[in-house]
Write a new protein. Structure first.
Length: 317
């Protein structure tokens, strides 16, 4: 499979980061590809990239390869979910340094990058940790990041970068919503053993978090693996979207582009949800072919925002 740059993209994963469990490999069956390649980003636009990467191996060149391919495709802000990585402060610093080295090798000059990652506090299982997210900005957009934060309860559910755009701040939030598995609240750093649905709890807490961002006059982009489709959306998912006033940018831009986003499923479970003003300046949205930029059993979702028009206050339609 060849991408826009002419590079052939072959799966690098032949073994899971979780010992003994089969991972996504070249032999994993995937349905016939119907999606068109992602278009080239135009000047004056910010490209935001989101993908469930199904794990990152820090002891290989996989992280550097991800950064290099995103840079080659004009991606400047990215969100990665289900990183399956224990994002300690040391790990974050190491990954940032390795990313800067990869960008230098690709561009031939120094290029900065900032990342905000999330993982569960107190993890004692080593480098592998289920779930987790990473949100990053590189190149000229690194200097526009004015603040960043993680999951306030240190449960690894989301990570945020706040990016300065003239007249506003864009909060880019990468979220991983786990599958429906009942757990005790004690494992979520609380004082009770009440059984809860972490999938539902994530949306409840995220709704509060997003509303606080909006109340502070920030525009919001939520990059989320919701682990449920738009057709089978639960009441909790509907409430989250409507009460926060968000829209599904891919559905709005192209209602016929609703392909599945998971290779072993039949439905779209990945979303880019934005505030209405962001939608007004969204010039391009696309669900990419499998493995176009990063090897995974999930498709990438791409959004281009015409930030020049946004700063000027001129609409794209």
């Amino acid at each position: 499979m060849k991408g826009l740059t002419g590079h052939t993209y072959l799966p690098k994963r032949t073994q899971s980061t979780l010992t003994g469990e089969a991972a996504f490999t070249a032999e994993t069956p995937i349905r016939e590809e119907t999606q068109t390649p992602t278009a080239t980003r135009r000047e004056g636009e910010l490209r935001i990239f989101y993908q469930n990467v199904n794990g990152i191996k820090s002891n290989s060149r996989e992280w550097e390869d991800m950064i290099t391919e995103m840079s080659r495709r004009g991606i400047e802000v990215f969100g990665l979910s289900e990183t399956n990585f224990n994002w300690t402060p040391t790990a974050v610093s190491t990954c940032r340094n390795r990313a800067m080295r990869a960008l230098y090798q690709e561009k031939g000059k120094r290029s900065n990058i900032t990342i905000q990652a999330s993982s569960c506090a107190g993890w004692e299982g080593g480098q592998y940790q289920p779930g987790g997210t990473c949100t990053g900005a590189m190149g000229n957009w690194e200097s526009r990041v004015n603040s960043k934060s993680g999951d306030p309860e240190n449960m690894g559910r989301w990570s945020t970068l706040r990016i300065q755009i003239k007249g506003t701040v864009l909060s880019v939030i990468t979220v991983y919503r786990v599958c429906k598995t009942p757990v005790t609240l004690e494992s979520w750093n609380t004082k009770t053993d009440k059984k809860v649905d972490p999938k539902e709890r994530t949306l409840q807490d995220l709704k509060k978090y997003v509303k606080e961002e909006i109340e502070k006059k920030r525009e919001v982009v939520v990059l989320i693996d919701a682990n449920e489709s738009i057709d089978s959306r639960t009441e909790e998912m509907n409430q989250f979207i409507h009460e926060c006033g968000l829209v599904d940018t891919h559905l709005i831009k192209d209602p016929y582009d609703e392909v599945e986003t998971y290779a072993r499923g039949k439905e779209k479970i990945g979303f880019v949800l934005v505030t209405p003003r962001v939608q007004q300046y969204t010039s391009y949205s696309h669900i990419a072919p499998y493995n176009e930029t990063i090897i995974s059993d999930h498709r990438a979702l791409i959004v281009d925002i015409d930030y020049k028009l946004m700063e000027a206050g001129e609409l794209t339609y």
